[in-house]
Write a protein that binds this ligand. Structure first.
Ligand code: BGP
Length: 481
């Protein structure tokens, strides 16, 4: 087991799932502030008007805003080298449209970075993690309007200048390929739809799909402009993309299944990386758009922008894999909860996410072979309903098993020759689930006392995985027992 020297071990979070304090310090509302909690079987609903009688998980989340010192001290105790967090855009520009930033918002992140520095932890900052200011979503129907590009670039450059000497690693958009799939319409692209509708349920007309891909195109342009500006502000910055790693296998060796899996990998997974790493649209997108009557509204000059703003590294989340088949009947009967088909060779988490560490090694090799730039795993972990043992403590051995097998897979990939920079485990402190809005779906090394209805005193407790990961950090991944 050999990981490179300086490997960035750590944990990852996102402001809207972690910070809370949704109306403090001058913060404006954002898109997730309008989304109710749900469960595995009850979808999260989206409200145009915030209803005072309804519980919205992002409003308090787990209150990192008031617990950041304690939380970062725990990361220091584990020996984190890196902490991935996102800045809440609407804390800096409350409606997204102000000309000058909110000083209180800026100060909060100065405090957070100072705390990281105390423990020698390198921050990795996501500029936009499923969090568009509500003002922009409402006025422009999210990213469908090009005007949003300018607002994003102003926001990004504000942060680059403000934290020039405090932050080196940046990501432009979390899981940007969510927008290449319908589930990203609200969360990722901030596109408003019919009120009170489930967040993830969408069927689209070709016009709606055209709007969605135009919105995604606008994110590509915004990201590229931002990368270029960032390098001008500080040539030492490392600015990366972030993809939801969607490893898809053919369900059988039937060439029709293989083609289906390839199509899904192309538009669902590779498309965004191809644009952001290579600096142009991939050849297969043209046929996809033609077949689906999709028109992406681009402007002259965009091609140049994409070419000039390619990223420095490729980061991704990896939780599971799934299968694709050309047989429509199979698609119905063997469907996985989230996406794709069930794989008979794999077991799944309580939430139906199929556990596949070998898939991570395969994915790392595929990505590295395609782009040959540094990679980073910025999310990976197991969502589970943790219960106290008889001694009142959390013995999350299942989580340790999951993480160990994935770290072993990374070690194999490094041995295969993949250039891997780091690993930040998702939800290092328990936080709100993005897909279901639950607290019950926990990922953390650190437990937070809060339930699905918002009850609990928010105190923090170390789980067994906390002590295990401390060893991993201390030995640079040598000791995984
Ligand atoms: C990714 C998101 C995260 C996160 C994670 C786990 O898609 O980037 O925000 O939440 O998945 O998903 P969930 O919270 O739905 O279990």
């Amino acid at each position: 087991m050999k990981f490179p020297k300086g490997f960035l071990w750590g944990g990852a979070t996102a402001a809207n799932q972690f910070e809370g304090a949704w109306q403090e310090g001058g913060k404006g509302p954002n898109v997730p502030d309008h989304i109710r909690g749900g469960t595995l079987t009850e979808p999260r609903l989206w409200d145009k008007e915030i209803d005072e009688n309804v519980y919205y998980p992002s409003h308090e989340a787990v209150d990192f805003y008031h617990h950041y010192k304690e939380d970062i001290a725990l990361y220091g105790e584990m020996g984190f080298k890196c902490f991935r967090l996102s800045v809440n855009w609407s804390r800096i520009f409350p409606t997204g449209m102000e000309e000058t930033p909110n000083p209180e918002g800026l100060q909060f992140y100065h405090n957070v970075f100072a705390e990281c520095k105390k423990y020698g932890i390198e921050p990795l900052v996501t500029l936009s993690h499923y969090e568009l200011p509500w003002g922009l979503s409402e006025k422009y129907n999210g990213w469908t309007d090009r005007e949003v590009i300018g607002h994003y670039v102003r926001y990004a450059t504000t942060l680059f200048k403000e934290y020039k000497d405090e932050v080196k690693y940046w990501l432009t958009f979390n899981e940007i390929n969510a927008g290449a799939n319908t589930f990203g319409r609200i969360l990722s692209l901030g596109m408003q739809g019919e009120d009170h509708k489930p967040m993830f349920k969408w069927t689209e007309t070709p016009e709606e799909a055209s709007d969605r891909y135009t919105a995604l195109h606008n994110q590509f342009v915004a990201s590229a402009l931002t990368v270029k500006k960032g390098h001008e502000i500080n040539p030492e910055f490392k600015i990366g993309l972030m993809i939801a790693g969607m490893m898809t296998y053919p369900y059988s060796p039937n060439p029709a299944d293989v083609k289906k899996a390839q199509d899904r990998m192309n538009m669902g997974n590779w498309f965004c990386g191809d644009v952001q790493v290579r600096g142009h649209y991939p050849y297969y997108a043209e046929r996809y758009f033609r077949d689906n009557q999709i028109t992406v509204r681009k402007e002259p000059g965009d091609e140049e922008i994409l070419k000039e703003g390619t990223v420095d590294f490729y980061s991704f989340s990896y939780y599971m894999s799934s299968c694709e088949s050309a047989d429509p009947e199979l698609a119905k009967t063997a469907g996985n909860v989230f996406s794709g088909l069930k794989n008979p060779y794999l077991s799944a988490s309580e939430w139906g996410w199929q556990i596949d560490p070998e898939g991570l090694r395969i994915y790392l090799n595929e990505v590295y072979g395609r782009y040959e730039i540094p990679l980073m795993v910025v999310e990976n972990g197991l969502g589970a309903n943790d219960e106290r043992g008889e001694d009142g403590k959390f013995h999350d051995t299942y989580r340790i098993d999951y993480l160990r097998s994935h770290i072993q897979a990374m070690a194999e990939a490094v041995d295969d020759g993949v250039d891997l920079m780091g690993y930040t485990m998702w939800g290092c402190t328990d936080l709100v689930s993005a897909s279901t809005g639950e607290m019950k779906k926990r990922y953390g090394f650190v437990y937070v006392d809060k339930d699905n209805d918002g009850n609990g005193d928010l105190h923090r407790e170390r789980k067994d995985s906390f002590y295990w990961f401390k060893k991993v950090c201390e030995t640079n991944g040598e000791d995984l027992e």
